[in-house]
Design a binder for this molecule. Structure first.
Ligand code: ADP
Length: 286
């Protein structure tokens, strides 16, 4: 398996690893990750089962798309494919440091969010959030998109697992639109899964984001997720607001946006995420 990946890296970069060494990397939630290196080069590799190739393809396309915006640093994708019954993706290795510039992370994310499209909300690829499919069919109306392709998709999966969060789909169609009165979000290129486990700082302190669940959506989804598991330091939000100030109604939509991720966590991991989701619906109902 390693030989084929090494050859693929050589084809993509012209760099041939001599006596490559494989070192596991922890911290991921879905894939096996390792550092593939020799004396002079290092690469980041993730592997999964062969049918997961589509997930890595979408990740590579997403990383390239973000990379090409020149707004925020991401690991550059190098190659991806199948070998020995495994799918893999290889990206540039990032040497993560301990600290960095949170304000710059906010500013860079805001610059990413300034990237828009005339195609509406969605993306050209279907991708995944964790291991769950994420549907990105282009939709002109954001509220329709978020209800249909984000909340209801997860709610249906949750129902199959025995969790009831709303009495009917109709209830959701009544509950959500009032939160958007006077607010008309434009499509922004969003990371889509922006928690502290999917960002870091390189040795120079420059912010890096990775493992995206990319699409064009309301930028508030990324801000909401940064607050879901503890929140980022205040410099991050100050930096963000300097470049692209948030709408005053953001706070009232935050729980709705994070409900998507909590439902996804329930669908992936079960446990108390179910009652957390039910509590969030109660909060949204007011
Ligand atoms: P998963 O898709 O399984 O969630 P991640 O893409 O989040 O995996 O990566 C797992 C861990 O590997 C991260 O938490 C981070 O510490 C590290 N990592 C991710 N990308 C790189 C990279 N390009 N270079 C070095 N380490 C990385």
């Amino acid at each position: 398996m390693l030989n084929e990946i090494v050859t693929h890296i050589f084809q993509a970069t012209g760099q041939r690893l001599i006596n490559p060494h494989q070192q596991p990397v922890s911290g991921g939630s879905i894939n096996q990750a390792f550092c593939l290196s020799d004396r002079s080069n290092k690469f980041f590799v993730k592997t999964n089962t062969a049918p997961r190739l589509g997930m890595f393809e979408a990740e590579a396309i997403a990383l390239n798309q973000i990379y090409n915006t020149h707004t925020i640093q991401v690991p550059k994708p190098i190659c991806w494919g199948i070998t020995d019954g495994f799918s893999y993706i290889v990206t540039e290795w990032i040497e993560f440091g301990r600290n960095g510039n949170w304000s710059q992370l906010g500013q860079n994310l805001a610059a990413l969010h300034r990237v828009t499209t005339s195609s509406g909300f969605g993306w050209d690829q279907q991708n995944t959030i964790g291991a769950t499919p994420q549907i990105n069919h282009w939709t002109s109306n954001w509220v329709d998109f978020f209800i249909e392709h984000r909340l209801l998709y997860q709610i249906k999966l949750a129902r199959q697992k025995g969790l009831q969060v709303i009495a009917s789909d109709q209830e959701l169609w009544q509950l959500v639109p009032p939160l958007f009165q006077g607010y008309n979000p434009q499509p922004s290129l969003v990371h889509g899964d922006l928690w502290s486990g999917n960002m870091g700082f390189d040795q120079l302190g420059t912010p890096v984001i990775f493992d995206p669940a990319l699409y064009f959506g309301d930028r508030e989804v990324d801000l909401a997720m940064t607050e879901l598991f503890g929140g980022f330091p205040s410099q991050f939000y100050q930096g963000y607001n300097q470049v692209f100030p948030l709408d005053s109604g953001y706070q009232s939509r935050k729980t709705l946006y994070n409900l998507y991720h909590i439902l996804n966590h329930f669908n992936l991991f079960g446990g108390s995420y179910g009652s957390t989701a039910q509590g969030m619906i109660k909060e949204i109902k007011g």
